[in-house]
Design a protein around this ligand. Structure first.
Ligand code: KG4
Ligand code: ZN
Length: 320
């Protein structure tokens, strides 16, 4: 069974084919948003429209299309305009080729990204950390998730993006903070490590602490202290994730861990997580949004014979 999958939930346009064994995928990361300091939804939708067809042609020759058995696309959560481009395109293709269609949950696709390069066995504790979500869960089996805790305010990636913008490092913030932090001292600024009760997480206190500290710096310090600010923020932001992960491993007795989502690309998070158990994460290109993870998720549901009717709608706030 061969699945064609499309991803357009935010600012990456992706197309992939997967047949249970061979995976091919192409990806275009929209760079146009950098100068605005964050994703501009209208520009994102237009860029998806511009790139989707050329990417499909890059991946598949026209005579390969009839050999596709299932068409899939990200259904949500995400930016509604962006979702509609890929979702509408994929549904039209399914209609024209008379193939079954699957709308894929973007969060579940991030979990499935762990299967792209690893024989990932269940159960495992999964930390899904992206620009829009921060969820700690137990993946009891593929398709069955027990949520332990979530962020009460900003997502982890969102906090990286906001702090990066504040200290002048631009968008996307995660990689920029990580790079600047390499030259900095993580103990230079004693920011608080947030620790809400239970498994929940929060970034508002840490973010405010960085803001107040930054406002008190002289114009010269605002430049000289960038590496120290980045390293100190990263240290405390990651420490919170590790505290919750450690608690989950201890309380569930499961020491197989999966890190996924854009922030799972972070080296410090990966390094510290290795101290807690057997850790898996996708390579960097599959941590951030891509169509390969959508294809694997769709393949799983196609095997179970679970498809959507073509009147299914994209849902910007779809949950797990
Ligand atoms: O999964 P993703 O591509 O999109 C969403 O579904 O949100 O994640 C993007 C997020 C951005 O907030 C970005 O700053 C963050 O992941 N990110 C990182 C790193 N690389 C990307 N955060 C920390 N360290 C990184 N190396
Ligand atoms: Zn994502």
């Amino acid at each position: 069974m061969k699945v064609l999958a499309i991803e357009t939930s935010c600012d990456e346009t992706g197309v992939a084919v997967y047949d249970g064994k061979n995976l091919r995928d192409v990806l275009y990361s929209q760079r146009v948003h950098a100068r605005f300091g964050g994703v501009v939804p209208e520009i994102a939708s237009r860029d998806h429209m511009r790139k989707l067809l050329p990417l499909l042609h890059e991946l598949l020759s026209p005579d390969e299309l009839p050999a596709i058995d299932v068409i899939a696309a990200t259904r949500g959560p995400g930016l509604i305009g962006s979702l509609l481009v890929g979702f509408g395109f994929a549904k039209s293709l399914a209609y024209a080729l008379k193939k079954p269609f699957i709308g894929v949950n973007h969060l579940e696709a991030h979990i499935f990204s762990l299967k792209i390069e690893h024989e990932m066995e269940t159960p495992f504790v999964c930390l899904l950390v992206s620009g829009g979500h921060t969820i700690l869960m137990v993946v009891e089996e593929w398709g069955r998730y027990k949520i332990l805790g979530e962020t009460l305010d900003d997502a982890a990636g969102e906090a990286f993006d906001k702090v990066s913008k504040l200290i002048g490092l631009g968008y996307p913030g995660g990689p920029a903070i990580e790079k600047a932090a390499e030259e900095g001292n993580p103990r230079a600024f004693p920011f608080p490590t947030p620790d809400p009760p239970g498994y929940d997480m929060s970034y508002s206190g840490l973010k405010t602490a960085v803001l107040y500290t930054y406002q008190k710096l002289s114009p010269q310090e605002k430049i000289d202290k960038i590496p120290d600010l980045a390293a100190s923020f990263q240290h405390h932001a990651v420490e919170q994730l590790i505290l919750k992960l450690k608690k989950a491993v201890k309380e569930t007795g499961i020491n197989r861990i999966g890190l996924t989502g854009g922030v799972a690309a972070n080296k410090l998070l990966r390094e510290w997580a290795h101290e807690l158990g057997e850790v898996f994460y996708p390579s960097r290109r599959y941590c951030t949004d891509n169509a390969a993870m959508v294809a694997l998720t769709a393949y799983f549901y196609a095997q179970r014979g679970e498809f959507h009717e073509l009147d299914v709608r994209a849902d910007p706030s779809l949950s797990l």
